[in-house]
Ligand binder design. Structure first.
Ligand SMILES: [Zn+2]
Length: 355
């Protein structure tokens, strides 16, 4: 074993040289931190056919995945998540978030955990559907994989990420306090609050992510009563640039009094060909004057197809059996001032300015 010379044995010149080297190494990280961030913030809406899997890769290349799609013997959704990870150049999930314990959100975890290293697991608390056989089975499978590294969070908690801020705004039916004071919402007048949903959807975890001026809101499968409470009597969230609409944009999923105050420039509907993206939800989004573009994971093949957004903004056009599972991707500039949305099927993209 090589013996290291103790520092006091250094000559005066040697001590000065060592001090200079220490100052240089100390100065380097501080200097780097003051430079503008070089990496983009990337968000992928991975197509899991009407489930959810939203991957965030930060400018520091930390990764946050919310939800894992469906349970499938062929690991379809895990493989699609891996394809998005490859595109982003990452090989592990640092933070695995679950919005809630339904099969289209937590069902893909076993297949993903077999293929990809997963760090911390974050959830809203214990499942509230343990009295249902399906809810119990999903929970048992989840806790078998997550027990030693899960953490349940409360509204206002943040993930310790570099350069971006990710704040939980809803968890286990609790909501974050008003983020910006004095934002009464005139659209609440005369609106009857929707009935409470005491199931897993109503307990969904939800987060608001910020990079500079850019804000992205992911509400999981949060229900109308919670949306109403986020919007009334005061808007608790302010405006957002990009919004993953709740519950796949299904029937009754989107409350107009919330959509109108969020004023998203872009709304993303993570629907399947025959799940979510319903005419009433699409009409509410498209009828909200402030909403710019609506991007959809799938063309809706049920009901009135006329409600679909323009084809260039739809990632998948076919039935599930023929589907290649293309993603929608947002690429946010390192300073957060603008971002592009890209259609994984065609490569078509559109750029937007943050407010
Ligand atoms: Zn769902």
């Amino acid at each position: 074993m090589q013996h290291r010379r103790p520092p006091r044995a250094l000559s005066r010149l040697g001590r000065l040289a060592a001090l200079a080297a220490a100052l240089l190494t100390a100065a380097a990280p501080a200097g780097l931190a003051q430079e503008p961030a070089s990496g983009s913030l990337d968000i992928y809406w991975i197509d899991v056919e009407g489930g959810a899997a939203t991957l965030v890769v930060t400018p520091a290349r930390e990764s946050v995945l919310m939800d894992t799609g469906w349970p499938r013997a062929d690991a379809r959704d895990a493989l699609r998540i891996q394809a998005a990870m490859d595109d982003a150049g990452i090989d592990r999930i640092d933070y695995m978030l679950f919005s809630h314990f339904h099969g289209d959100h937590v069902g893909g975890l076993p297949a993903l955990a077999e293929r990809v290293p997963i760090g911390r697991i974050v959830d809203h608390g214990d499942s509230v559907e343990l009295d249902r056989p399906r809810g119990r089975a999903l929970w048992d499978e989840y806790i078998g994989l997550a027990a030693d590294r899960r953490r349940s969070v409360a509204p206002g908690d943040k993930l310790p990420l570099e350069r971006i801020e990710l704040t939980f705004v809803a968890s286990h039916r609790e909501l974050v306090d008003t983020l910006e004071p004095q934002m009464p919402n005139p659209l609440c007048d005369g609106v009857t609050p929707p009935d409470p949903d005491m199931g897993e959807n109503g307990h969904s975890l939800a987060y608001l992510l910020s990079l500079g001026a850019f804000q992205f809101l992911n509400l999981g499968d949060l229900t109308p009563d919670r949306e109403h409470a986020l919007a009334c009597p005061e808007n608790r969230l302010g405006v957002v640039d990009l919004w993953q609409v709740p519950h796949h944009g299904g029937y009754g999923a989107i409350r107009p009094e919330l959509a109108a105050v969020l004023q998203p420039t872009v709304a993303v509907v993570n629907n399947g060909p025959r799940k979510g993206g319903t005419p009433d939800s699409l009409a509410v989004i498209q009828g909200t004057a402030e909403v710019g573009d609506v991007w959809q994971s799938h063309r809706t093949l049920t009901d009135d197809a006329a409600n679909n957004t323009e084809e260039a903004l739809i990632a998948n056009l076919t039935e599930e059996d023929d589907c290649e599972g293309h993603w929608i991707k947002a690429t946010v500039a390192p300073d957060g001032r603008s971002w592009s949305m890209t259609n994984g099927r065609t490569g078509y993209s559109r750029t937007y300015q943050s407010r």
